[in-house]
Design a protein around this ligand. Structure first.
Ligand SMILES: Cc1cc2nc3c(=O)[nH]c(=O)nc-3n(C[C@H](O)[C@H](O)[C@H](O)COP(=O)(O)OP(=O)(O)OC[C@H]3O[C@@H](n4cnc5c(N)ncnc54)[C@H](O)[C@@H]3O)c2cc1C
Length: 471
């Protein structure tokens, strides 16, 4: 069979070698035409339609080791997939080997030590399901089918960030399959590798197991999703409230068109709205009191608010992001030190100019638990801004992507003067030429240290399909 190499050439791999590779795996090895191949290659972002030459559906670390060694021996192009939510379509490839960890989803909780061991293909829904049994949680993302791996490796912002930090801040150990197919443990004995995995992306190897620190959360929490007309005054009042709120509060505002779906307040459905939202990571009754002002920002259309299961909060956005490949997306983000009135006007104007009603502008408030960590403590460097702003172009029609991409890029350009100029890499879509300059900006003062680590662990850039740090 013909496969694509790391440098983009075609190479012939004999059928016997492929067969014996397949026989060595505990999980199935799929090629184009095999039953299950199309389902296995489908990822969240339908804007990409990649066809790997082979997909190794890994059932354990040994399958990952076997896959990396098979690829190395033949210099094959390697893509690595955890939850398959890469906005930039980086977790697949055309013609190479896809090392697919999505069957590896076990989560083992040690409630006494407040630790969870999470396999490399698990989703945040898997983690919440197991940790919440014990009233514990690890800071993750806000859509439950997003992968733990990609989200953690490039930072990870969710509803617990202002209380307990980023997902990567809570990573205390990882099992990694290196570019040579060796299994190593990143912990106190390999502090530099652990440092790099805390925000440096998938550059240093395939993470087969994450160990997270857990915190008491829930099982019920106070949360508010308040729907208002799309109006700069509402966003200004939200900003003033969010900045004065205690550390238990994690908050954001979503500028959007509320879809006509059950569960949303009838007065909001189909309208262009601003949705100030917040979760309180502390006693629920106290949280209800602290979050109440979010319901009084002026002209409210409706709300989803009260004490609710933490797992329900973690799934609240799921219906709007079906994990079927039908959604197409191009997202772009910026770290914004302070949300001035002028910047808020830009966000509201951008929301008004959206080319798809499904697109969103989201401003996420980032508190001291993230900003107070020194920039060299982890590879994640975007700690100098109180907001992350995302322009999330989202559409379904396969023919008209360019218009929506153009909207996100224009909105982003306008906000640059109000920002640090650095993107949050988990919300960075496919950039022309690979976006090297943006990756450098995102890593800022940590970039050269990451290059040194890349040289130590992956000098040939086997793991290149990611927000890449070139050796
Ligand atoms: C619907 C949706 C909601 C989101 N919500 C949030 C949010 O709330 N907070 C947030 O911070 N981000 C969020 N994101 C962005 C998200 O963090 C990134 O898309 C992230 O890359 C997803 O991780 P994944 O494992 O699903 O991705 P994948 O597509 O599987 O992988 C992403 C990258 O990580 C690499 N990778 C994957 N698995 C491994 C592994 N085991 N070892 C080494 N490298 C690996 C891949 O090669 C690829 O480069 C969201 C994205 C989507 C689509």
């Amino acid at each position: 069979m013909r496969l694509i190499t790391r440098t983009g050439r075609e190479t012939a791999v004999d059928a016997e070698a492929v067969e014996s590779f397949g026989a060595s795996l505990a999980g199935p090895l799929l090629a184009p035409g095999d039953a299950g191949y199309d389902a296995a290659r489908t990822a969240f972002n339908g804007a990409f339609d990649k066809r790997p030459g082979l997909i190794a559906r890994c059932h354990g670390t040994a399958d990952v080791v076997g896959s990396v060694r098979f690829a190395r021996r033949r210099d094959l192009l390697v893509a690595v997939r955890g939850g398959g939510h890469s906005v930039a379509g980086k977790s697949s490839c055309d013609g190479g080997l896809l090392v697919d960890l999505s069957p590896m989803r076990s989560v083992l909780v040690d409630p006494a030590r407040r630790r969870a061991d999470v396999q490399g293909g698990a989703t945040w829904g898997d983690v919440d399901r197991e940790t919440q049994l014990f009233g514990l949680a690890a800071p993750g993302g806000i859509v439950s089918h997003t992968g733990v791996a990609g989200l953690t490796l490039n930072g990870g912002i969710g509803w617990l960030r202002n209380r307990f930090g980023l997902a990567c801040d809570n990573l205390v150990e990882a099992e990694v399959v290196t570019a040579d197919g060796e299994v190593v443990t990143a912990n106190g004995e390999r502090p530099e590798l652990l440092w790099g995995l805390r925000g440096g992306g998938g550059n240093f190897g395939v993470v087969t197991r994450f160990r997270f620190a857990l915190h008491p959360v829930g099982p019920e929490v106070a949360a508010v999703f308040a729907f208002y007309p799309l109006d700069a005054a509402v966003v200004r009042r939200w900003r003033d409230w969010a900045e004065a709120a205690p550390a238990e509060v994690t908050s954001e505002v979503v500028l959007w068109t509320a879809p006509d779906v059950e569960g949303l307040p009838p007065g909001a459905r189909g309208r262009r709205v601003a949705v100030p939202s917040a979760v309180y990571a502390g006693p629920a009754d106290e949280g209800e009191r602290v979050l109440a002002p979010l319901l009084e920002l002026g002209g409210r259309l409706g709300e989803i608010a009260g004490v609710m299961p933490f797992r329900g909060v973690q799934q609240a956005f799921d219906p709007f992001f079906p994990n079927t490949g039908e959604i197409r997306g191009y997202w772009k983000s910026l770290h914004v030190p302070a949300l001035s009135d002028e910047a808020i006007e830009l966000l509201v104007r951008a929301a008004e100019r959206r080319t798809s009603e499904e697109s969103m502008v989201v401003a996420e408030h980032v508190g001291a638990a993230v900003r107070g960590v020194s920039v060299d403590a982890t590879a994640f460097a975007g700690r100098d801004a109180a907001y992350i702003v995302n322009f999330m172009a989202t559409w379904r029609d396969p023919t008209d992507g360019r218009e929506h991409v153009g909207w996100a890029r224009e909105a982003w350009d306008r906000l640059v003067p109000h920002s640090t100029g650095a993107p949050y890499l988990n919300f960075l879509g496919e950039e022309e030429g690979g976006g090297e300059a943006l990756v450098r900006r995102a890593f800022g003062p940590n970039y050269e240290r990451l290059v040194a680590l890349k040289r130590a662990y992956d000098p040939d850039n086997v793991f290149r399909l990611n927000q890449n740090v070139a050796p």
